[in-house]
Design a protein around this ligand. Structure first.
Ligand code: 8YV
Length: 328
């Protein structure tokens, strides 16, 4: 139970964008939260009547809060994000206004790392394609499924050796993989080899795993040159954000056999996936499910509410990425 008193007339928690149904329900019943209307006219009316009462927003990486919405909410003190990635929220604008931003780190690390390993095994061993082969009745008709590629003992480059990248590396280490990485900065005391550029990393490895945060700093970090360097025997895994990869270049390389395959949980324009990929058996396509287990989503929900409770009670956040009240 979250014992926050509901005082909508003085201060309002605002839900921006769809949220996990149980979280939306708790926000509504226990915090008296309002939901920002999607429709532009309704939204304008809501903001005219109630913008000044909003002190905290709860949103997710799917929606976020842009600079315009922040400017329209004069008493906003915190954007509380369900999810570790907050690239849809304008953190520079938040800092400039002294608006805090929190996310949900750590609690989803294991599930997202599991997803990366699952995608890597699936695309290299072609399990999903082999499953389709069995279901289509092709085994009796065509005999053995074609041979695939060994995943264990392969060499892997991780782009972004943060919490999730580190958890992926740890798992792959147990599979006998040789791990190197590229990161904004070399990670002190890392057991893995640092490579100064994504192209040089891609040239060296069988598999490139994208685990870097999204946002302007990593936009198309994996560009056409990186994909070419990975080459026709290379695989790309992305569990981070579609924005980190030049998606048209990736699709082109896959369609024309200049890349061996890809395992993708994230896309540039979700929920839309380039239709050209549907035709290919050397890609595994997931609908952004990396953190999507009952256990992890419950922990993300609990951490979101802990941030909200802390903010409403003390003006601080439990897991801030931008501290509230500090104008930068
Ligand atoms: C989704 C994720 O954000 O945490 C992240 O950054 O990508 C996922 O966990 C989650 O579905 C909420 O949008």
């Amino acid at each position: 139970m979250h014992a926050h008193p509901v005082t909508p007339s003085e201060s309002t928690v605002l839900q921006v964008g769809p949220l996990k149904p149980s979280l939306a329900e708790t926000l509504r019943t226990e915090y008296g939260a309002a939901v920002l209307p999607e429709d532009a006219t309704d939204r304008a009316r809501f903001l005219t009547d109630g913008a000044a009462r909003v002190t905290a927003v709860v949103t997710s990486g799917r929606t976020g809060v842009d600079a315009d919405l922040m400017a329209a909410l004069p008493n906003l003190g915190a954007v509380i994000n369900f999810g570790v990635g907050y690239d849809t929220t304008d953190v520079d604008a938040a800092s400039a206004h002294g608006i805090g931003v929190s996310n949900t780190p750590d609690v989803l690390t294991d599930c997202v790392a599991d997803t990366a390993v699952g995608l890597m095994i699936d695309v290299m061993r072609r399990f999903s394609a082999a499953d389709r082969f069995v279901r289509a009745g092709r085994w009796p008709a065509e005999g053995n499924f074609p041979l695939t590629r060994q995943m264990s003992n392969s060499s892997v480059g991780v782009i972004g050796l943060g919490r999730i990248g580190g958890a992926i590396a740890k798992r792959l280490n147990a599979f006998g993989c040789t791990i190197s990485y590229h990161n904004r900065r070399e990670v002190a005391d890392s057991p893995y080899r640092y490579v100064g550029s994504p192209v040089d990393l891609a040239r060296d490895v069988d598999v490139l795993v994208v685990a870097a945060a999204g946002g302007s700093g990593t936009r198309q970090l994996v560009d056409a040159d990186v994909i070419e360097a990975l080459g026709p025997r290379g695989y790309l895994i992305n569990i981070a954000r579609g924005s980190v990869v030049d998606e048209p270049a990736l699709v082109d390389a896959l369609v024309h056999g200049r890349l061996a395959g890809a395992g993708l949980d994230v896309f540039a324009d979700e929920p839309y996936v380039p239709a050209a990929l549907f035709e290919l058996d050397n890609v595994v396509l997931l609908p952004h499910v990396g953190s999507g287990t009952v256990e992890t989503r419950a922990e993300m929900e609990a951490l979101t509410l802990r941030n909200l409770d802390e903010f409403l009670a003390t003006g601080r956040l439990v897991t801030p990425v931008v501290e509230p009240g500090v104008r930068v």
